[in-house]
Design a protein around this ligand. Structure first.
Ligand code: 1BO
Length: 272
């Protein structure tokens, strides 16, 4: 499996996103994904599926140390004591002594960032996680966080797909040796009927989704597509046997602009 290296972390380039997967479906999809070769699973406190993610992982029979598991601390737990307590609760639900990566899920301007980062770094120092990072951080917030955090941050997880230009965040991540982890990497299925991706896919015998994920991985970006369909799981990971040319890469990059965001909330930061 291709990995993205970032500040000491080795993150499998394709992971399974689990936002909106719940109950038995979640456990079954996680188990199946791992059986198909996935080694990176992404969950979060707010997804309310950490228990099922842990169940799926154990049911797969694959050793824990072969897996890369990420969870995210929700914004209401950013005060230092809350961060540590809620992370320990996540580990109880996952039935794991540590996660590989612990992220701040969204910026929270109501708690001083330096305090939250101190607590995040401490979570790493006391062995609750192997690496730490952020999610939904803008360029300015990345720079502020890197300057204030006592431990290296290994990623910013943000929405990224061919319709959303994320060049500025990508550059900020590269400057700070952080990985960009792309959520909604196939634009919630909207790329399925894209003519450019279909045309390029035809040349390689691949689907638009596979071309899209390959385009991300060739930028050294990690992608965490989510699906509850078993056949899509295999499709999404079968992207390591072809290469997009420079011309194909730039034709796909031309599809994006800064305004095609699919996930936004009132509490989101002012995006770049
Ligand atoms: C509210 C959760 C957004 C995606 O991680």
């Amino acid at each position: 499996m291709h990995v993205v290296e970032a500040n000491g972390a080795r993150i499998p380039a394709i992971g399974l996103g689990t936002w909106e997967l719940s109950g038995r479906t979640c456990a079954r999809v996680v188990e199946q994904a791992i059986r198909l070769g996935y080694r990176h699973i992404d969950t979060a406190q707010v997804y309310e599926n950490e228990r099922e993610v842990g169940e799926g992982l154990r049911a797969s029979g694959v050793r824990r140390d072969e897996m890369f598991v990420t969870t995210k601390v929700w914004t209401t737990h950013f005060a230092p004591n809350d961060l540590e307590r809620s992370t320990k609760e996540s580990l109880v639900r996952l039935r794991m002594p540590e996660v590989d990566l612990l992220l701040l899920h969204w910026p929270n301007p109501h708690v001083p960032l330096q305090e939250t980062l101190g607590a995040l770094a401490r979570a790493k120092q006391i062995g609750l996680c192997r690496h730490i990072g952020v999610s939904n951080f803008t360029v300015a917030l990345i720079e502020e966080a890197v300057g204030a955090c006592p431990e290296p941050l290994v990623c910013d997880q943000v929405e990224y797909h061919p319709y959303l230009d994320q060049a500025k965040v990508r550059e900020a991540c590269a400057r700070n040796h952080m990985a960009l982890v792309a959520y909604s990497p196939i634009a919630k299925g909207r790329i399925k009927n894209d003519e450019t991706l279909a045309r390029i896919g035809k040349m390689h015998g691949k689907s638009p989704a596979q071309v899209c994920l390959r385009w991300l991985v060739q930028q050294n970006v990690c992608a965490i597509p989510r699906t509850s369909k078993i056949e899509r799981l295999s499709e999404n990971i079968d992207i390591f046997d072809f290469t997009l040319s420079d011309d194909e890469m730039s034709r796909i990059s031309c599809l994006g602009d800064a305004g095609r965001r699919l996930t936004n909330f009132g509490f989101a930061p002012k995006w770049d």
